[in-house]
Ligand binder design. Structure first.
Ligand code: ZN
Length: 123
């Protein structure tokens, strides 16, 4: 094989090794992120369960009250789909109406403060 052919083969092998390593890195990062999401979800479930038991004990609310409220919130966007779309749709600026980028606290178009609230989170 010519010298050039050997260089090309070497480069192709090198690229294949880098690709394989990259694929392993991506798989590892994905697994770690998935584990973190699972732990966060379990923690959130625990806190919600604790809050609900406190409300039942201290305020006398019932599971029927909770079911009715969940359905009422779910229907606020006109769709009974098991989610609150106000938390999943992109945030719109209340001043100029443009989309506020994920994680921003103010509109990058007009500078208005993003709407806050207890359930506002980075998207
Ligand atoms: Zn704006």
């Amino acid at each position: 094989m010519s010298g050039l052919g050997q260089h090309i083969e070497y480069a192709q092998n090198f690229i294949a090794q880098v690709d394989a390593q990259h694929a392993r890195d991506v798989a590892r990062e994905s697994a770690m992120s998935s584990d973190k999401t699972r732990k966060n979800t379990e923690r959130l479930y625990l806190v919600v369960q604790a809050m609900w038991e406190l409300l039942k004990d201290k305020a006398g609310l019932t599971d029927a009250d909770l079911d009715a409220k969940v359905q009422e919130i779910d229907m606020r966007d006109g769709r009974l789909d098991g989610q609150d779309s106000t938390q999943t749709d992109p945030m719109k600026c209340r001043q100029c109406g443009r989309t506020i980028l994920s994680g921003q606290t103010q509109c990058s178009w007009c500078g208005a403060q993003a709407e806050g609230g207890p359930f506002t989170h980075a998207r």
